[in-house]
Design a protein around this ligand. Structure first.
Ligand SMILES: *Cc1c(COP(=O)(O)O)cnc(C)c1O
Length: 236
């Protein structure tokens, strides 16, 4: 048994209620901005949380989830997928190239393609495994030194390399705006880069800004804490 103080006290029904709230907000924003019904997919970001929190969301009928670590996802999702075989899991966090084999073998999408070595490894694994996750190129729209992603200036050339040199199908772009800036200009920049490269999918928007992201064309919003509650801080 987990000691009662190991996790924040929460109502077991909270994740399902959070899911319903976020879904309603997305639908309202989509309607307000004349987006087609169903145009915005909600990725429920379940990183850090265990089956006790994830199951209520699966039982409520939700099937699309996001995880940011390969090992963590491989540890908890195979058992969940035995019960819910149609659940899809997207990798939204950075991918080390030595984990490419596992990532291509398990995830339904990878949102963090951002360098040529990774493009090459992913292409090799798709070939070897006969399984192709959807691919999003991550763009570091704020040009932040500590953040993953190709630079906005380098995005066109990188997308071209992925397509021409490695034969990859790129589904869309992903960004994480700087924490201390208004997100909308970053969402607009991501959309502009996508448009000029003929890409239709935009993975943008998190708990604090998914409504703005929907207004600017997000097709995939990645929402964690607004559904599952605050994540426990890792022990230091
Ligand atoms: C954790 C995470 C999210 C979800 O963040 P919340 O603020 O909890 O909604 C979205 N995208 C990425 C890349 C993340 O790592």
């Amino acid at each position: 048994m987990t000691p009662p103080d190991a996790a924040p006290a929460t109502d077991p029904g909270a994740p399902a209620a959070g899911l319903a709230h976020v879904r309603a907000e997305i639908d309202a924003a989509a309607e307000a901005w004349n987006r087609a019904p169903g145009a915005v997919k909600l990725i429920a970001v379940s990183k850090v949380f265990g089956p006790d929190r994830i199951l209520p969301v699966l039982e409520a009928g939700h099937r699309l989830f996001g995880e940011n670590k390969v090992q963590e996802a491989l540890g908890k999702w195979p058992a969940l997928k035995e019960r819910f075989p149609d659940a899809a899991v997207h990798l939204i966090g950075p991918l080390q190239s030595n984990k490419t084999k596992d990532a291509v073998g398990f995830f339904d999408a990878i949102h963090s393609l951002d360098r040529e070595k990774l493009a090459r490894r992913i292409a090799d694994e798709i070939q070897a495994q006969g399984r192709a996750p959807m691919l999003f190129v991550q763009v570091n729209t704020g040009d932040e030194a500590q953040k993953a992603g190709v630079t906005p200036d380098g995005a066109d050339a990188f997308i071209e390399t992925c397509r021409k040199t490695y034969g990859l199908t790129i589904e869309g772009l992903m960004c994480i705006p700087p924490a201390d800036e208004a997100p909308s200009p970053h969402f607009a920049l991501l959309r502009k880069i996508a448009e000029r490269n003929g890409l239709e999918s935009l993975s943008m928007g998190m708990s604090g800004d998914y409504r703005e992201a929907v207004s600017l064309g997000a097709t995939h919003v990645r929402v964690g804490s607004a559904i599952f509650g605050e994540r426990p801080k890792p022990a230091t």
